[in-house]
Design a protein around this ligand. Structure first.
Ligand code: ATP
Ligand code: MG
Length: 629
């Protein structure tokens, strides 16, 4: 369906401004000696004690980076800007769901807020190595809370603000958090979501939680337990909250945070990330792959409850001294042009979002976009799921006006930062996630561990250790070894299946478990879904395999229709014919069902395992991360 050899040359404007012009040269030098490359990237940051070794692989797969070094990600994300002219520059612009509410912070005032929060955490007995659960919506305090934890060497565990009390409770108990930071309530499409009530239920039986800090956000009435709960604004007035708070210098390998995966394929896993390597990898990819310039205004729409948000909303823009932008609301509230209004109003230069948002906005039509002047945009980024060619083109042409770099990037909670992407100056292939980042190499293996020829699908593995890699799964070192390193020792198993084409571009074709074997042919969910999505009547869809007497498995498609279309037998026939023609007759779906909504994780990923279980009448498994209806 897609012409994989069609390389799209980036627009001249992008080429002229790209941080990396000679992308082939960079891939070559970094590829020849990845450790030397990462060492050079690390030298751009501050370390209070230099490393003895860049990479220590003596206990592999427990890799260690920048061993012996001392640093703190806050030294590099905040402190070092304060001694330069950047201290008075905007570090953060925040806009509420009610977009007339705006709060801005210079690096100087961001530091003041982080110091205040850090002083308060200290006064409550939070020490280096303690876990703090952060259950906050997208408000400036989520920056303060995460940075304050890091500043004093505590470990943050951000739990997405939409989770239920059970899901929150499980994460608090699992991490043995001493303290929870939350709000009275959060705004969701004009209504209040009662977050403090959820926390009350979640901590009722949590033995580890000693204190709950509550930030006043919506003004909603809440119950405060006088022995446990504290209003943040009251704490902030106490003498203990005032004054300077030193950034603790920690070992490069000391943990910075734990974060749970999305739960698309099963029970979520808690990845452990550290200060040293993580900051290097973020700083490097933000410069080379996402092309941020210091003067840029950078908006990553992800939630810090997911790795994309932790990495590219909170830390990466600050590490590069840019201006971060955060919006509290959703892309369609109150109208589906709120994002474009904000881009126009604040002159956003880089926008990083997810395919689910792109497809949703696409459904509403181009006029919502084109009525705004969004010509400040230079970089358009997507991650989280495959960006189907149709959505890629819409992002490029309608949002980017053909002037921007569209950058897909593939990675995982476990990898901490991107691993496969297309550098801004690199020619693009819509539908491909790009090529391994500088310093990384991938392979596609068959069941026996042999590399398959270009164009053949198989298990995607990462060949090189990388600085922002997870160090282990929290409290589950055996599961860490078993899940990622035991199938093909020496290689990191991603759990995704992919193809690498003749030009070295990676095509993610789905989760390993989701690949559908029809009459002996292996068909990726991403390809079937891209083909169905390219039918004008379809807004989005999921493909699953169900048992079939003759074919072994048959493809079933569950689709959400675009505005103005209605399901009918003719439409089903038309979609089946469309897939047969544009992908392959073998991939022609057995059945097409229409639904109003697909089951998705709260991070916006389609949960095919839930559809499969429903179709087979089986147990749906761990649903803690399923989005509410
Ligand atoms: P779990 O591991 O609990 O099943 P999850 O894998 O969905 O959940 P995340 O770490 O949030 O949790 O997501 C990583 C996965 O998202 C990748 O393994 C891949 O399947 C998918 N993904 C991320 N970015 C892309 C992309 N650009 N293109 C295709 N797939 C992507
Ligand atoms: Mg995963």
């Amino acid at each position: 369906m897609t012409d994989e050899n069609a390389l799209i040359r980036p627009p001249q404007e992008v080429l002229d401004e790209a941080n990396v012009q000679d992308w082939e040269g960079l891939l070559e030098t970094a590829g020849a000696d990845p450790v030397a490359f990462w060492e050079q990237e690390a030298a751009e940051l501050e370390w209070s004690k230099p490393w003895e070794k860049v990479l220590d692989d003596s206990q592999a797969p427990f890799y260690h980076w920048f061993t012996g070094a001392r640093t703190n990600i806050v030294t590099n994300a905040v402190d070092r800007h304060l001694t330069t002219a950047r201290r008075n520059k905007l570090a953060l612009i925040w806009v509420g769901e009610d977009t007339s509410k705006v709060r801005t912070f210079s690096y100087f005032s961001l530091n003041r807020e982080v110091e205040k929060m850090a002083n308060i955490l200290r006064s409550m007995g939070v020490e280096k190595g303690d876990v703090v659960t952060i259950y906050l919506p997208r408000i400036p305090e989520i920056y303060f809370a995460m940075l304050a934890c890091a500043k004093i060497g505590a470990i943050h565990s951000v739990v997405f603000a939409g989770y239920s009390s059970e899901a929150l409770n499980a994460r608090i108990d699992d991490s043995e958090s001493k303290l929870v930071i939350t709000v009275d309530g959060s705004w969701i499409n004009g209504s209040v979501f009662p977050m403090k009530h959820i926390v009350d239920d979640a901590v009722k039986f949590s033995p580890s939680v000693e204190n709950v800090i509550v930030i006043r956000n919506t003004g909603t009435e809440v119950t405060m337990d006088p022995t446990r709960d504290h209003w943040y604004h009251e704490l902030g007035r106490l003498p203990i909250a005032q004054g300077h708070c030193e950034t603790v210098q920690v070992d490069a390998e000391d943990p910075l945070f734990i974060l749970y995966t999305s739960g698309s394929t099963g029970k979520p896993k808690a990845a452990v990330h550290t200060h040293g390597g993580y900051q290097v990898h973020l700083s490097s990819t933000m410069k080379n792959c996402l092309d941020i310039h210091e003067a840029d205004r950078w908006w990553c729409t992800a939630d810090p409850g997911w790795i994309t948000g932790t990495s590219y909303v909170i830390y990466a823009p600050l590490l590069r001294g840019a201006t971060a932008f955060m919006a509290e609301g959703s892309p369609v509230y109150p109208y589906p042009d709120v994002w474009w209004q904000l881009v126009e109003r604040y002159g956003i230069n880089g926008l990083f979002t997810a395919p689910t948002a792109i497809r949703t906005l696409m459904r509403f039509g181009d006029a919502w976009v084109t009525k705004h002047d969004i010509s400040s945009l230079r970089i358009l980024v997507s991650a989280g799921e495959p960006l189907n060619p149709e959505a890629w083109r819409w992002f490029h042409e309608v949002v980017g006006g053909g002037r921007c770099a569209v950058i897909d990037n593939w990675w995982q909670t476990e990898t901490g930062a991107m691993q496969v992407t297309s550098l801004p100056a690199m020619p693009k292939k819509p539908g491909s996630a790009g090529r391994p980042i500088p310093g990384q190499a991938v392979a596609v293996l068959d069941e026996a561990g042999n590399e398959v020829p270009p164009g053949t699908d198989g298990f995607l593995v990462l060949k090189n250790p990388w600085p922002s890699m997870l160090r282990t799964l929290f409290k589950e070192p055996e599961r860490y070894v078993e899940t990622y390193w035991s199938k093909y020792p020496g290689y990191y198993l991603t759990g995704d299946s992919a193809r690498v084409d003749e030009d070295g571009y990676v095509w993610i074709i789905g989760r390993t478990d989701d690949v559908i074997k029809v009459s002996g042919h292996r068909i990726g969910t991403a390809e079937v879904e891209a083909a169905v999505n390219s039918h004008p009547a379809v807004a989005e869809c999921a493909a699953i395999g169900l048992p079939h007497e003759v074919k072994g498995n048959a493809i079933h498609v569950v689709a959400v229709l675009a505005n103005g279309y209605e399901g009918s037998r003719e439409l089903v026939a038309d979609i089946r014919a469309h897939v047969s023609e544009h992908l392959s007759p073998i991939a022609k779906p057995e059945a097409v069902d229409f639904v109003d909504k697909l089951p998705k994780t709260r991070s916006g990923k389609i949960m095919r395992r839930v559809l499969r279980a429903r179709a087979l009448g089986e147990d749906e498994g761990d649903l803690s991360t399923l989005e509410n209806d």
